[in-house]
Design a protein around this ligand. Structure first.
Ligand code: TYD
Ligand code: MG
Length: 454
């Protein structure tokens, strides 16, 4: 009989302890210890290789061939870019996201478009029939995509050995379990053990593997942080359930930049790549509407113009209401305080609601000027001219601070047909291109307001 014992494992860092602890001594997090059952014999089994015959030999670093890593083109511009120019053979990629956001759709759609690559899609969540229904919905079929519904890791490796695929998908890592570890699927030790063995497989056979992972209620990928350390690339698929836009962010990438961003739209028949996000975020005709301003923002490395909407009304109750969607509420409160000081905006008497178009969350500080202008526009009930956009960070004393990549912002605004852009003073150093857009440099919020509202 296999002797079992229980340990307590920190779900944040993976540290274990024979008894429960309130605070993890390693990572300092509170209340992260969960009970796990491990079998005595597991350690002996763990060390065995998946393919006993493949033994890698140490090489001199100087003898390792460099050359351009040949990457697999996924025929999806957004995904290719976020991965740093395609999928690297032998890499292990983790895609995390909330349930129902479209992770399975994204990956299935991608592999169905890859006719030349033999793929094995391992599903632990859906039946083959469900996957077929989804594929029909996406309206795409590949000659080279194999499906297997399996959750046992040992069985999965048998399938892999028989089929010898060039690309493996595991949907999701939390449903897979190995017989070596006795705790239930999705537990810290199962996730850690399974992903470590999948990594070994990927590196030994140079086969790329994509793992789909759930995220927990705090928004991080469920399972220990070690999972993120194990894989080469961590992508996060996010978006608001009520909006159609989805954003693919790179959180960690051993083969490319983490500044890249992919934008998709969820449609009836799958996800559509959005190569020009500004078009999407500016569709409404807002001429004559107060409380709307357009900001030239940058997310990742791509510039886009985005609409900010504000509604200011008289506070009906003692405590004025403040709400911000897609923007940091504390930052908004700071901007309102600046407005109070600089434009006689009576904070205590006003409810303020702020909304960034499209359900996007924008972290670019250059949004400040547009936010403050939208609020003032609504408060004064004077609309901002339709062909004017702006960019700039607002400081505590009402000064407008320079922002990065100003050229890209100006060129994007010009491309989209704006006739005027407000930018921070002294931000234009080194910018020499001739542009067909009026550039107005502003030093303080008062100057910006004079430009906008006369
Ligand atoms: P899914 O890929 O199952 O999400 P995840 O794997 O992240 O849990 O996405 C499911 C959602 O996407 C579901 O609410 C329906 C929607 N959807 C579409 O709108 N259009 C489509 O073509 C497909 C396949 C799904
Ligand atoms: Mg899924």
């Amino acid at each position: 009989m296999v002797k079992t014992k229980t340990v307590y494992v920190c779900s944040n860092c993976g540290n274990d302890s024979p008894k429960w602890l309130g605070k993890c001594p390693v990572c300092g997090e509170w209340n992260t210890y969960v009970e796990e059952i491990i079998s005595k014999s597991s350690n002996a089994k763990n060390s065995s290789s998946i393919f006993e015959t493949t033994k890698a030999k140490p090489l001199l670093l100087k003898d390792v061939e460099t050359g351009e890593e040949p990457r697999i083109n996924l025929h999806d511009e957004e995904l290719n870019r976020v991965l740093g120019g395609g999928l690297v053979p032998g890499s292990l990629v983790l895609i995390g996201g909330e349930p129902g956001i479209g992770k399975s759709t994204l990956i299935l759609q991608t592999v169905l478009g890859l006719n030349e690559v033999k793929t094995l899609y391992i599903s632990g969540e859906e039946s083959a029939r469900q996957l077929k229904l989804r594929a029909d919905r996406i309206n795409s079929n590949s000659e080279n995509c194999f499906i297997v519904c399996e959750t046992n890791l040992e069985q999965i490796f048998v399938h892999i050995q028989n089929l010898k695929p060039d690309f493996v998908i595991i949907d999701s890592i939390q449903t897979i379990f190995t017989e070596n570890v006795e705790s239930s699927p999705g537990s810290v030790s199962q996730v850690r053990e399974c992903s470590a063995r999948v990594l070994k497989f990927a590196k030994e056979t140079n086969t790329p593997v994509v793992l789909i992972g759930h995220i927990n209620k705090e928004g991080s990928i469920a399972g220990p942080k070690v999972l993120e350390h194990i894989v080469d690339t961590v992508l996060q698929f996010e978006g608001d359930q009520h909006y159609m836009y989805r954003i693919l962010r790179s959180i960690k990438n051993r083969f490319g930049s983490t500044a890249e961003l992919g934008i998709y739209e969820m449609r009836q028949n799958g996800l559509r790549e959005i190569s020009n996000p500004s078009e999407l975020l500016l569709t409404q005709n807002h001429e004559g509407l107060s409380g709307v301003s357009i900001s030239a923002a940058i997310e990742g490395v791509r510039p886009f113009l985005i609409e900010t909407q504000a509604l200011v009304s008289t506070a009906a109750y003692g405590t004025p209401q403040r709400s911000a969607t897609g923007f940091d509420l504390r930052r908004m409160n700071m901007l309102l305080a600046v407005l109070e000081k600089r434009a006689g905006f009576k904070l205590i008497q006003k409810d303020v609601f702020l909304n960034i178009a499209g359900g996007l969350k924008v972290n670019d500080p250059a949004m400040d000027l547009a936010v403050i202008s939208a609020v003032l526009s609504s408060s004064l009930d004077i609309s901002i001219e339709k062909h004017v956009c702006m960019t700039g960070e607002v400081g505590l004393s009402g000064e407008i601070r320079p922002v990065n990549r100003i050229e890209q912002r100006i060129l994007e605004a010009e491309k989209l047909g704006f006739s005027k852009i407000l930018i921070p003073q002294n931000n234009l150093k080194g910018f020499t291109s001739k542009v067909n857009i009026e550039i107005v440099q502003v030093r303080k919020v008062e100057e910006a307001f004079r430009q906008l509202f006369g």
